[in-house]
Design a protein around this ligand. Structure first.
Ligand SMILES: O=P(O)(O)OC[C@H]1O[C@H](OP(=O)(O)OP(=O)(O)O)[C@H](O)[C@@H]1O
Ligand SMILES: O=C(O)c1cc(=O)[nH]c(=O)[nH]1
Length: 227
């Protein structure tokens, strides 16, 4: 995949930078690692931005060829992502798919339960922003199992392509690769770190290019083998 970037993937990187979602500098991750870049999907926060974001997810889904019966957005951030994706799939690709999300806390009054929207049945496609340790996906898999449905795969915005961390130990695989192996399903991303790096090294303007070497070093230190 490295070195091959489609136009929409370059546009997505530019869009994420423009929205302040993809930032360069020094950031401490959940794992404790200090990363030269960070992706904060919570900053896609206007109607126009969400509409555009949904089109990128929809495009990645179509490109992946994954077939699914229902879209699922894990609370909280996944909810608006899956909703935007559902709108874009219907508007741009003529695919009107059922859409659901969970509540983090089950509701005991009214309709009750912790799933809102469409029934989870058939093949469920999970839409989220990033996978860090895979915990959120594990929780969604339990919900899908409990409903008697199957998971079709996961679509995220950015694959950081980095090895997992367990205490002091750096694991051989990324959390994404572990999710794929454990659940036997594909995880696709709109873009990968390799593509962000390619963008910075070959296409970015003078104000962003200087961030590339630190990201390359980080990729070499913590990155998984190239696909
Ligand atoms: O692979 P993991 O280690 O689970 O990390 C990734 C998850 O963490 C974040 O959500 P979070 O659980 O913080 O909830 P939020 O969407 O309410 O912010 C993110 O949106 C993913 O769902
Ligand atoms: O590993 C993380 O904590 C993490 C990295 C990143 O780029 N974005 C995010 O939301 N979390």
């Amino acid at each position: 995949m490295a070195g091959h970037m489609q136009a929409y993937q370059r546009e997505f990187i530019e869009f994420a930078i423009e929205q302040g979602v993809l930032k360069f500098g020094e950031f401490t991750l959940k794992s404790g690692r200090v990363s030269p870049y960070f992706f904060n999907a919570g900053l896609f926060r206007s109607g126009a931005a969400l509409a555009r974001l949904g089109r990128f997810y929809a495009r990645a889904i179509i490109d992946s060829g994954i077939q699914a019966d229902v879209l699922f957005g894990p609370a909280y951030k996944g909810i608006s992502l899956a909703a935007s994706t559902a709108v874009a799939l219907a508007d741009q690709h003529g695919r009107d798919m059922p859409f659901a999300f969970n509540r983090k806390e089950a509701k005991t009054h009214g309709e009750g339960g912790n799933i809102v929207g469409a029934e989870l049945k058939g093949k469920v496609l999970i839409i989220d922003d990033v996978i860090t340790a895979g915990t959120a996906i594990g929780e969604v898999m339990q919900l899908i199992d409990a409903a008697g449905a199957q998971a079709a795969g996961v679509v995220i915005a950015l694959d950081r392509q980095e090895r997992g961390q367990a205490g002091d130990e750096i694991k051989p695989q990324s959390a994404i690769q572990e999710v794929e192996a454990r659940y036997g399903m594909p995880v696709v991303s709109i873009v990968t770190l390799d593509q962000v790096l390619e963008y910075l090294e070959t296409q970015a303007g003078d104000e962003l290019k200087p961030y590339a070497p630190a990201i390359r070093d980080y990729r070499e230190r913590y990155g998984v083998a190239k696909a």
